[in-house]
Design a protein around this ligand. Structure first.
Ligand SMILES: [Zn+2]
Length: 350
């Protein structure tokens, strides 16, 4: 079988390779969960008000019991479990949702090499798969578990339902988040480049839900500085939402609009180039980022083919990624001025 974490081929005796067992479960032998999805929903319903993890999708916290069994936690959970949502809307293909989040997170971690929350699939008692992620706000530092203070960008930029409206999470721009990173993260140069790559990843995997609350800063006890949190909540949302209105959850720019965007109505290389320059990413770094993106394309498809998605979802994932990469991102029109001037385009020899 393939490891429920990294998707590498392993002997069927274990569900996780040694590396994933160590990174995700601190070397504890993990068995299928001792409860099923119905019991999950019962626990979820009984504890809704007490759960500290927010969001729309149903999820509960888990932690290891004294005898190393993963079980629902009312407080201080170290893992977040997300099963197939309960809706019976067949058109939304929700059965693929856990594997979709898992493969999206693995592409972020293994192929884009982004700092990504530890994650895997896990079996319920009856064998049904759910998505599991390890909370990154708890970390062992010099043998002691410390809890970081986590602030998402809705809170950092002051966006609330009261001040804006119920869509407040979508009413800012990635440029505003980048400004926040520059302001609060002391090592902001690598954090900005990491953030930039995350925006490109979200664009390529068609994640229309990378909103303000899906970017956060962390601060550990006795530290003054903030760091960018690992990447989390990644999903090829277009697969489940057929008429998704936006290409990206937030606009790239607060006010600016490129010629290409004006003509095409979606972001292309010109937008990402201008955005990269706006974030002060040097041209040679931008060229490298885009060369890497061209080079890793086959690796993305290989990993998707090894994922736990249904065959239909694998095909849709690859088709959508290819479309975003080759028809949207790398699209340009001969007459556009930026083609001649662009170092990026020259660097890529498109
Ligand atoms: Zn593994």
């Amino acid at each position: 079988m393939r490891c429920y974490g990294c998707l590498k081929e392993i002997s069927s005796k274990s569900q996780y390779c040694p590396t994933c067992k160590k990174n995700i479960f601190d070397n504890i032998d993990i068995k299928p969960l001792s409860f099923d999805k119905e019991e999950f929903y019962t626990f979820r319903a009984q504890n809704t008000d007490r759960m500290s993890i927010s969001g729309v999708q149903d999820k509960i916290s888990l932690k290891f019991s004294d005898n190393n069994i993963l079980e629902p936690a009312k407080a201080n959970g170290r893992y977040i479990l997300k099963p197939v949502p309960r809706s019976h809307d067949v058109a939304s293909k929700l059965g693929d949702m856990p594997a979709n989040e898992h493969i999206s997170m693995q592409i972020s971690k293994q192929i884009f090499k982004l700092n990504t929350a530890e994650n895997c699939l896990v079996e319920f008692k009856d064998g049904e798969l759910a998505y599991l992620t390890k909370r990154f706000d708890y970390q062992k530092i010099e043998g002691i578990v410390k809890k970081a203070e986590q602030e998402d960008f809705a809170s950092i930029l002051g966006y609330t339902e009261e001040l804006q409206d119920k869509n407040y999470k979508y009413e800012s721009s990635y440029e505003d988040i980048a400004e926040g990173i520059k302001k609060y993260v002391s090592a902001s140069v690598p954090a900005i480049e990491e953030f930039y790559k995350r925006i490109i990843l979200n664009y390529l995997i068609s994640n229309g839900d990378a909103h303000l609350k899906n970017f956060s800063l962390l601060r550990y006890p006795n530290r003054d500085d903030y760091i960018l949190s690992p990447n989390y909540d990644l999903l090829f949302t277009s697969y489940h939402l057929k008429d998704e209105p936006a290409i990206t959850a937030l606009e790239l720019f607060s006010e600016y609009e490129t010629t290409a965007y004006g003509a095409m109505g979606y972001y292309t290389l010109e937008d990402f180039e201008v955005f990269g320059k706006m974030l002060n990413i040097p041209n040679k770094r931008l060229v490298k980022i885009f060369k890497d993106i061209m080079n890793i394309e086959p690796e993305v498809y290989e990993l998707v083919s090894h994922s736990y998605l249904s065959d239909e979802a694998k095909e849709a994932y690859i088709r959508s990624y290819e479309q975003r990469l080759k028809k949207s991102l790398l699209y340009y029109i001969d007459s556009y001025k930026f083609k001649k001037e662009s170092i990026l385009v020259n660097g890529l020899s498109l």
